[in-house]
Design a protein. Structure first.
Length: 287
């Protein structure tokens, strides 16, 4: 493919000819990440690798220099992401000897407001954020328009992901959108594959996807708690006073990554402020 923007050809890439953050994730899955030594390629443990198209877009933009990132157009991005998807499909087919299928998808997550009456949803507040979202939307529209002719169509979902067949796969999920992890119940198992770091994280480590989540090891990863503690893409955290009180309850009642809904609901009964207590109980009840 002819590149019309010279800066694209000079973007940061990894061991694979992919935008560097994407390459690092695939390198880790294939056991060649320079900082994550493994005995055997992790990709061999999984039946499907699902890749979020929005994550590919984010990683592509992040690999460009500032001048190029400010001038690249959706048509150029779409063409190059098509190339990256083809490369990923070929790389994984070879590294897994055809045992792991690659699935590309986009999760639109429209009309979330009625579902999350007590949460604050993230939205674009600056011209830069609005421009990013507009270019992302146009790029994805161009890519989806090619679905009928491409060998690897991009699946579209609205809120929750679902498997392609009755026998649910053991899934490796490459996404930067924490909300996608809420679909784990629809699959036999889900392991998160992080861009940039290349880390593979099972559910016990998903607490790190909350806003400032590194210190929230006591919290299970749940739809209700995402509304309280926020994440980088979908929810704004609730006020610090509310979060501190929930953390106090979590520590008091020894919550863990596998704490049940009943135990969460029981713990919230001990929230001191009546309004906060009822709000949080309503969030759990509505899950």
């Amino acid at each position: 493919m002819q590149l019309t923007n010279a800066g694209i050809a000079e973007r940061a890439v990894g061991q694979y000819p992919l935008s560097v953050a994407t390459s690092l994730a695939i390198e880790s899955a294939n056991g060649i990440h320079p900082e994550i030594p493994v005995d055997s390629p992790p990709i061999l443990k999984y039946e499907e690798l699902w890749v979020n198209g929005k994550t590919l877009f984010r990683n592509f933009i992040g690999a460009l220099d500032k001048v190029t990132a400010g001038s690249v157009i959706p048509e150029e991005i779409a063409a190059n992401l098509d190339d990256e998807m083809e490369q990923i499909s070929q790389i994984v087919a070879e590294s897994s000897s055809g045992r792991c299928k690659v699935v590309f998808y986009v999760n639109n997550m429209t009309n979330l407001v009625p579902r999350y009456r007590y949460a604050t949803l993230r939205k674009d507040n600056t011209p830069k954020q609005m421009e990013y979202s507009a270019i992302l939307k146009k790029t994805l529209a161009l890519m989806l328009a090619e679905n009928k002719t491409r060998p690897f169509p991009i699946l579209t979902f609205d809120r929750l992901l679902s498997p392609l067949q009755e026998v649910t796969p053991k899934l490796l999920l490459l996404t930067h959108v924490a909300y996608d992890l809420l679909s784990a119940k629809n699959f036999r198992s889900v392991t998160l594959l992080e861009s940039h770091t290349g880390r593979l994280k099972d559910k016990a480590l998903w607490y790190t996807k909350y806003t400032n989540g590194r210190d929230l090891i006591m919290l299970p990863f749940r739809e209700d708690l995402m509304q309280v503690f926020g994440d980088n893409e979908t929810f704004v955290p609730m006020p610090i006073k509310v979060r501190k009180e929930v953390i106090e309850i979590a520590n008091r009642f020894h919550w863990t990554s596998v704490t049940t809904t009943d135990k969460v609901r029981l713990g919230l009964e001990f929230i001191q402020d009546p309004f906060t207590r009822e709000t949080l109980k309503n969030i759990v009840t509505g899950q």
